[in-house]
Design a protein around this ligand. Structure first.
Ligand code: GLN
Length: 199
């Protein structure tokens, strides 16, 4: 039997490139030493080992997911056990429940509320601890961020600020309410690559 161990150079991550901050994620993954490609069509999901759904405007991305009939392909990708990381709007799109909206693909057992930090403080930065890494604090950038209102028993909380869950995982799914791709620290992308290696 031949056992193939995936090392980083052989991992290809797709970033859903319908709207939002997809280029920044591509740069981060490349900086980590893996390959990254823009996903514009459903068939491309067959060509990747892990998927990032970026931040942006969840209503717009949701419309485009419908327009290009992505849902069955995303469901198949999720069910195959391949890793998915949703940041900000990406989290909203894959949550089980979204307050006052009728979307949410149901890949992680959380309820979220959009634009939850109020208008005045649309955007802020916070130095956070990472549950999987005891090293230096990580600069988290929140832009019109959602809040996770509740999480099911199988969700692992990886970081919180003021009792708000901001980084979490469940099985092959990772989510953050902030944008890790807008600065130089790639520790969360490295963590996601490790999830892909294990998946
Ligand atoms: N407020 C946006 C939404 O509800 C999310 C913002 C973001 O992704 N930075 O879709």
């Amino acid at each position: 039997m031949v056992v193939i161990i995936k090392n980083k150079e052989l991992i290809r991550v797709g970033v859903l490139a319908l709207q939002g901050a997809f280029r920044e994620h591509i740069n981060c993954i490349k900086k980590c030493g893996a390959d990254a490609v823009e996903i514009k069509f459903p068939y491309q999901l067959k060509e990747i080992d892990g998927l990032i759904i970026p931040g942006g405007e969840s209503t717009t991305i949701n419309k485009l997911i419908k327009k290009y009939d992505f849902k069955p392909y995303l469901d198949e990708f999720y069910k195959s056990g391949k890793a998915i990381y949703g940041t900000c709007a990406g989290l909203i799109l894959i949550a089980k429940k979204v307050a006052n909206e009728d979307f949410g693909l149901g890949y992680i057992d959380v309820e979220v509320a959009r634009n939850s930090y109020g208008r005045q403080i649309d955007s802020f930065e916070e130095y956070i601890s990472l549950g999987f890494n005891g090293g230096e604090k990580f600069k988290a950038i929140f832009i019109r961020a959602p809040k996770i209102l509740s999480a099911g028993p199988d969700v692992d909380i990886l970081s919180e600020i003021k009792d708000n869950i901001i980084l979490a995982s469940q099985g092959n799914v990772l989510v953050s309410t902030f944008h890790p791709e807008l600065q130089d620290d790639t520790r969360i992308h490295e963590y996601f690559l490790n999830m892909i290696e294990k998946s």
